[in-house]
Design a binder for this molecule. Structure first.
Ligand SMILES: [Zn+2]
Length: 291
């Protein structure tokens, strides 16, 4: 699933590619993927693009009434947003992909769910193999996003005091707290695994058993791995669909220390990396380096 670094990379790409463009049409090829009335959106100008946690927020303005609305986009497990500047291909249900289901050479493809068309002829393709992702038309952003998420880890709101309070309140495994979007925004399975390795903390440790120095290490590790993810343009791991808006893969997977490295040697101590399941998600750690 795209996490903060991947969604942020997409946000930056979209900002360059589509701000100022006018939406001329929207083709919904899978009704579940688009919630709202396309008529409310067609004719609007993209004013700005933001991100909160793993949600993309497209601010749109009706060119006649000047009313502001928002298109919220969540990519969930396998969502992709790909921009094509000029494409003459007819927007119908596409063909099966020859290589990987996440290949974006010819768009639309079998997994294209929504196409947003702009007045200059460019198109934004929303592909989603698993169909958990969505695009939503929203009038009240505060109501839709408001209190749902904890602080963004790459802002000054992500403080040691805040984490101390959150961790002290729970005896749940620390990894599950890191994944809880209402506590910390944007961290998902990959970066939680990597941050816990970097901090030397076992994913199964009860949150309220971490001491202050461990909490501080973990806080810094979360920030470091997310920044690393951003630097490498996100991660396109073995089972994942992630592409940036140009259709290119990220490179963070080449720098994973534990994620998807079960049975391989720990970079630090050569002990074999272990894999367990926590909350249904693959959890990777070094049994020697992490305590
Ligand atoms: Zn180790």
């Amino acid at each position: 699933m795209p996490e903060l670094p991947e969604v942020e990379t997409i946000k930056r790409g979209l900002k360059k590619a589509i701000v100022g463009k006018k939406i001329s049409d929207i083709k919904v090829l899978k009704s579940k993927s688009f919630q709202g009335d396309i008529k409310e959106v067609i004719g609007s100008i993209i004013k700005d693009i933001n991100r909160r946690a793993k949600v993309l927020i497209l601010e749109i303005q009706n060119s006649k009434t000047k009313q502001l609305k928002y298109l919220l986009i969540h990519l969930k497990m396998t969502g992709q947003l790909i921009i094509r500047l000029q494409t003459k291909e007819k927007i119908t249900k596409g063909q099966n992909n020859k290589k990987s289901p996440f290949d974006v050479d010819g768009l639309p493809n079998k997994y294209t769910r929504v196409v947003i068309e702009f007045s200059d002829g460019s198109k934004l393709f929303f592909n989603d193999l698993r169909i958990f992702g969505w695009i939503k038309v929203v009038k009240d952003l505060e109501k839709a996003i408001g209190e749902k998420f904890g602080p963004e880890p790459l802002t000054k709101d992500f403080t040691l005091d805040y984490l101390k309070k959150v961790f002290q309140r729970s005896g749940k495994p620390i990894k599950l707290i890191l994944l809880d979007q209402s506590k910390i925004a944007g961290v998902g399975n990959i970066y939680a695994n990597e941050a816990l390795f970097k901090a030397g903390v076992l994913p199964t440790r009860p949150a309220n058993k971490l001491n202050e120095s461990e909490i501080e290490k973990l806080k810094n590790a979360v920030i470091t791995v997310l920044k690393e993810g951003l630097k490498y343009g996100g991660s396109s791991a073995a089972d994942e669909a992630y592409r940036n808006v140009q259709g290119q893969k990220g490179k963070m997977q080449e720098h994973f220390k534990v994620y998807e490295r079960e049975g391989q040697k720990c970079w630090r101590c050569s002990t074999k990396i272990k894999k367990i399941k926590m909350g249904g998600r693959g959890t990777y750690f070094c049994p020697a380096c992490q305590r």
